[in-house]
Ligand binder design. Sequence first.
Ligand code: PLP
Length: 549
Amino acid sequence: MDITSLFRENIRQMAPYSTARDEYEGELGIYLDANENPFDNGFNRYPDPHNKRIRARVAQMRGLTPDRIFVGGNGSDEPIDLLFRVFCEPRQDEALSIAPSYGMYRVAAATNDVWLVEVPLTADFELVADDLLARVTPRTKLIFLCSPNNPSANLLNPDEVEKVIRGFGGIVVLDEAYIDFADHPGFLPRLAEFPNLVVLQTLSKAWGMAGIRIGFAFADPEIVAAMERIKYPYSVNVITERLVLQELEREAVRREQIATLVEQRKRLVAALEKLPLVKRVFPSDANFVLVRFDEPRRVYDRLIERGIIVRDRSRIAGCEGCLRLTVGTPSENDALIDALTHIDEPCNAATVPQSDSGRRVTVTRRSRETEITATLDLDNAAPSHIATGLGFFDHMLDQIVHHGGFSLQLEAQGDLHVDEHHTIEDTALVLGEAFRRALGDKRGIGRYGFALPMDESRALVLLDFGGRIAVRWDARFRRERIGDVPTELFEHFFDSFAQAARCNLHIVARGRNEHHKIEGIFKAFARALRMAVERKPFDYSLPSSKGLL
Ligand SMILES: *Cc1c(COP(=O)(O)O)cnc(C)c1O
């Protein structure tokens, strides 16, 4: 089979755009070829246009040669679009896909002005190869299959898939976005057997890199070469390249996560099957389940009220009544099951479950003396709102938020008519707990923080989120109060914080102005916090305004 005979005429004729970096193969040298800014900041150079490093690594992992790997700079959506452009003449050629399936095939077909015929799967979402092949016309150039299929979640019968590949004279695109969750190796190990097969895989799902946007097409070298010819040059940027190479080294972590998600899927399915409002749970080989309800819209709305967002697929032909539920962390799945179990009970905002993804947490603490709720986000600087009833204390907490670059919404109702003690102590405990929980497994954080800002007062704060607790306080105040806060309670605040956050905290302050001294402590504390919780994939800037260290 001569694959190039299937290409569009213009693609066959076309010479690729040659980038500056195409002409020189070496690594070292003085680069005066691409009009870049020569001063190094880590990303002043163009990336490798042919993704050699990523391809080499993936080739090694998948047991393929690099010339069978196309790297897509916008997930696997990019290869889907490119395949239409390589193989389909606009307004003339056709493509086939199964239905229901992934919506992107239709979008890419429409964008390229190619007629897409969607052939329904059976009511149980099974593929019947003969039904599909019966719809092939001389104009059919591409067939899209998706296994495990989205949104139905089932692996398509591999024998039927093979029958389609063997029975079709054009290109079969097999989207294996979810293959890592299935108990089947997929078709990648057999790629060389089928010159007309393109396997799509993405790093967006099992690999945890949806935010990075990278995906792969695995195919005959001629097809890969054609896609390389027409893609945007440099579609994978240097930051993505580095992150991908870094993440691909963490295969063990990923295997563990996949095993957890498969385990959770089983648990979720078992729990769903017991619920009276569930009509049917379709079998899943992916990290989501398609579930049929009597009243999907009502269930969907009630889940939203409880802060749980799922995908409503009920208006898609074949998926009537169905919602698609992604498998989350164990506690997220608990929250989902709990919400579905109590779907008809009224809910209030306080019971809205918190996602434990991202570094945003809500901590609530109620005691006889105080009631405090704090929502802390380590990675966003807004919104913030602080109300403890103590003006000066609010002002100090605001220093933490402002100079730390955090978002904090904190409301405290305490027995201020008795004393400030409980409100300040419990606020510190809630804040410390919020930091401890938001840091999660602490992967990638700076861990240590230190700060020493100078005014006419100075404050030194040293911080370590290593997990041990120790507090050194070396600051004395001559006044009994600053604003509405007794000065003795500042030490107590930091002590309580350190206990709840589980950190080492050393604080030294000197100075004449009592107000400046305590403000300096809170500012330095904020800076130290920022430094310690910061989680950057990589950072090329020098921590010095002079540009050298
Ligand atoms: C999520 C998904 C993709 C991948 O999308 P990216 O663009 O790589 O993030 C591809 N195919 C299917 C069926 C999917 O569900």
